[in-house]
Structures are given as structure tokens and as C-alpha cells.
Design a protein. Structure first.
Length: 255
């Protein structure tokens, strides 16, 4: 009887070990998926957003543009998101979006999410490389590069910033502040002619040219270009979409 009992006990122990390994493996394999869900939830549901409207963004009592104004949130304000509006319910200034419920200065109300961004706006006179480094702390996919070109008599320098977003208005407002696009120029409406040129009505003294060129295809933005020229100096800012990123580039040229 003892000779028979030993193999039975050994077999039982082997089965128990096999079952434990299977259980451990299942929990380990499930972990990355759980983490991915958590990360995706965090990415799609930000706790805070930043105001990108240069003149400030109105906080309203209810989720419509005719509702009572509670406050005006200045450019760059960090607001807490209470609930997101994931559907497109309105278009403001060519930007499609809806009204997020947010908290600002002890007020809870609604604000148009087309003027709210995950990316904090650049501070005045902030250098592009410093801004990119600051963004990388939260968005590792941000990329910045600088290249030189031109000739000895007409050298050029290009600064390029890649943002992990496909929202044209986000790219435009950051480029506007970071690369000196005059505040007079509003975000271009995606609908319109295939090529449109808008000249600045009150350019800087001494400016030869200051204009915004908009390229569209089937009522979709293809490229936004700002050009400035003065005696001995000029620069061009371009905004384009490359895959799942917005490419912002400024090229300075010495004439």
C-alpha cells in the first residue's frame, strides 16, 4: 500500500504546481491589458486643460452659448475638468466641439472645448526648445529639432516642433504664440476656397509683408503658412499634419 500511495501523492503535488503556474501566468498576462486600459482612460479623460483663446474663454452656467456668463478665464488658465462632452454639438470659429463642464476660481460651469487644450500654452518670449522640453515631461512623444541652411550670404535657420495631436486648432494656437503669428489672425475656417491669402491690416512698422496663406482640399485644412518680410530679415511659419502629429515649423532668413 505504501508503494502505491507515494506515486499518488507525487502526482497530486505535480498537478497542484501545474495549476498554480497556470493561474500565475493568467494574472501576469492580464496585467498589461489592465495597464493599457488605465493609461488609455487617463489619456482620453484629462483632469486639467488649458485655455488657448488669446482673449480669454467664457465660463457659462449651462452647456450652450446663450447661457449666462459666470466668468472669463484668461489665456493660459489651467481649469479642472468635471465632465467631458465627447460629441460634436457646435462649431465656433471653424472649430468643431462641445461644452465641457469645468471648475474655475470656485465656479463650476461650461466652456467650449475647442479653446481648451492638453498642452499648456507657451509663455511670452519662451524659446521653442525650452517649451518642447517642458512638454516632454508629460508628453514624451513631443519632438523638437533645429537645422541650418541657405547660403553664406543668405543663411537660414528652421525650428521644428512635433505635437502628438491631430487637432489643427491646437497646433495653430501654439504656433501663434511660440512662433510670432500676429494675434490679428484668427484660426482659419476649414471650409472655403482651396487657397486663401489674408493680409494683416495693421502690420508692424517697416514690414514689407505680413500675411496668412491657407490651403484646403475638400473643405479640409492642408497647410497654414504665415509669412513676414522686412528689410534684411524675414520668417515663415508652417503648420501641417503628419500622421497623428501636428508639425509646426519656423524658418528665419537673413536677406
Amino acid at each position: 500500500m505504501k508503494k502505491v500511495a507515494f506515486p499518488i501523492v507525487a502526482l497530486a503535488l505535480a498537478f497542484a504546481l501545474f495549476a498554480c503556474k497556470n493561474e500565475t501566468k493568467t494574472e501576469t498576462e492580464a496585467l498589461p491589458e489592465d495597464l493599457a486600459v488605465a493609461e488609455a482612460s487617463e489619456e482620453t479623460s484629462p483632469e486639467h486643460l488649458y485655455v488657448t483663446a488669446s482673449s480669454g474663454l467664457t465660463l457659462r452656467q449651462h452647456d450652450n452659448l446663450n447661457s449666462e456668463k459666470l466668468a472669463v478665464m484668461p489665456y493660459g488658465t489651467k481649469v479642472k475638468v468635471i465632465s467631458e462632452e465627447k460629441e460634436t454639438t457646435m462649431t465656433v470659429g471653424g472649430i468643431k466641439g462641445g461644452m465641457h463642464q469645468v471648475e474655475y476660481n470656485q465656479h463650476t460651469g461650461y466652456a467650449f472645448n475647442g479653446y481648451l487644450s492638453r498642452f499648456f500654452p507657451p509663455e511670452e518670449d519662451m524659446r521653442p526648445n525650452a517649451y518642447a522640453e517642458a512638454l516632454k515631461a508629460q508628453f514624451p512623444n513631443v519632438s523638437f529639432s533645429e537645422t541650418t541652411g541657405g547660403t553664406a550670404s543668405n543663411p537660414s535657420n528652421t525650428a521644428t516642433l512635433l505635437l502628438p495631436t491631430t487637432q489643427w486648432h491646437e497646433g495653430f494656437y501654439i504656433a501663434k504664440q511660440l512662433f510670432d503669428i500676429p494675434t490679428e489672425f484668427a484660426f482659419p475656417n476649414p471650409k472655403g476656397s482651396n487657397e486663401e491669402v489674408v493680409k494683416q491690416t495693421k502690420p508692424k512698422s517697416g514690414a514689407w509683408a505680413s500675411e496668412l496663406q491657407v490651403n484646403r482640399q475638400n473643405d479640409r485644412l492642408e497647410k497654414i503658412t504665415y509669412s513676414y518680410r522686412a528689410e534684411g530679415f524675414g520668417y515663415t511659419v508652417t503648420i501641417t499634419q503628419e500622421g497623428d502629429t501636428m508639425k509646426l515649423a519656423r524658418t528665419d532668413v537673413a536677406d
